[in-house]
Design a protein. Sequence first.
Lengths: 287, 115
Amino acid sequence: MDAGFGSWLFFMSVGASALGGMLGMASGIFIVPILTLFGGVDLRTAIGASIVSVIACSCGSAASFLDGGLTNIRLAIVLETMTTLGALTGVCFVGLVPVSFLYGLFAVVLLVSAHQMLARRGDPVGISIADTPGNWADTLRLHASYPDHMLGRSVTYRVRQLPLGMFLMYGAGVISALLGIGSGVLKIPAMDTALRLPIKVSSATSNFMIGVTAAASAGAYFIRGSIVPAVAGPVALGSVLGSVVGARILMRIPNEKVRVLFVVVLIALAAQMLLSAFHIELFGKAA
Amino acid sequence: MIRDDKAVDEARRMEWLVSRQLKYGIWLASSVTALGMIVALFGRCIVPHGHTMTLGTSIVMKGIAFIILLPILRVVLMLIMFLRERDYLFGMISGIVLVTIGVSVVAGLYAPAIH
């Protein structure tokens, strides 16, 4: 463990996580590219460090969502059966796919994130779709309500299209394990398009599930020895601290400029990850 | 209509317990990790010839293991609470999640790693 590199990892993670937190994104999506492109860390170590920080951030912010009554924990545990199954699939296949494929997949995820950042999420609750009687969500009693402070009342919502939602969650679990990220990129469409949850509920519930999903793959990488304490320790600590800082700044900064800055950063990282997939390095010293 | 009052109370209680477990758990796990890093990086200043780097690194590893265990313990906690409420369906769902995590961790030992 080296003090200089350790501090760099720590402060880089604080920054990435604080910036991510300001726009409600997880830091994992920045940690892996920064570690591999600028830190000279190999992809496997970067994924191991990132997945631990993803768990730490999820646990660190879960309490405030739970206390606010926003997290639907019954829905979360049902969806977690699929996200953990996805993580298991990812753990089994991560060694079989070529590293350049992982870099390429990461580039795609970054580009989709950039797209999602540009397209504003509308609250999908109002859109009505036919509700089949006797569906899964009814049987499992997943419908719930949450307190909305803006409206000053409790808002009741229904959970739609559970099978489609679960299928997308499986994909989110696979991506999470393969790339060491929380994979909000797939969870957001699953929650908005399929389940049609209010945004506050889907953010809280997604954050809650990310921890368990990441634990399934992190446990595997830990047992295997892919988690390097000298890298994962500072990154996890920095991310937790950054997420606390980011949540505080969220209210005060004009959102539009940060959003544009983020899109630019995401596209730049995607371009470099894509070049890494083809073993071309413009900057950095990654293998 | 959707839930009776008793079920709402039980759901609130579970939210509260899980929230405390994760909140204090992450504080403890982060503190252990931070302690390990301090020992590894600055232990030399106090014990110049000791094995502080090895000791610190092993403490960091324990902190990381604890971070990974937090969400798993959260599912265990939910499993226990569902069973106490005699909600056997959700007890079983929690059990499935735990078994899947267990299989995934074991798979880590045998599945090929990135090289």
